[in-house]
Design a protein around this ligand. Structure first.
Ligand SMILES: [Mg+2]
Length: 115
């Protein structure tokens, strides 16, 4: 994600509907500003995987971004279920503040014991 993307405040105006990529860009920028490792997650044979892989203080988590009121596809629902069954942390965000809350909750755990 480009670092010169407009600040969230300037794109979240009543004149312009927020898109998934706006929310994603703002969340990824925020996470990186907090020291989180953030990479686009692409699994070539599995199109329904979450949008990002993040590592915060040793905790690995997978954010899926949606536009406001955006819904998961059936394939995404299925993939998230499989990941969670294996102990994976998958979260769906369509709001920067919800993302910040989740990020803070992970930071509050402290460093992962294996990290
Ligand atoms: Mg998405």
């Amino acid at each position: 994600m480009s670092e010169d993307f407009p600040a969230f405040e300037t794109i979240n105006t009543p004149q312009r509907q927020l898109l998934e990529r706006d929310i994603q860009a703002a969340c990824v920028r925020y996470a990186r500003s907090r020291g989180t490792y953030a990479r686009k997650f692409v699994s070539t044979a599995n199109r329904s995987v979450p949008d990002y892989l993040m590592i915060t203080m040793g905790w690995v988590w997978f954010p899926e971004f949606k536009k406001p009121k955006g819904k998961l596809t059936p394939g995404q629902e299925e993939e998230h279920t499989l990941m969670r069954k294996a102990g994976g942390e998958v979260y769906v965000f369509s709001d920067i503040d919800e993302f910040k809350k989740a990020h803070a909750a992970i930071e509050e755990r402290g460093w992962h014991p294996a990290a």
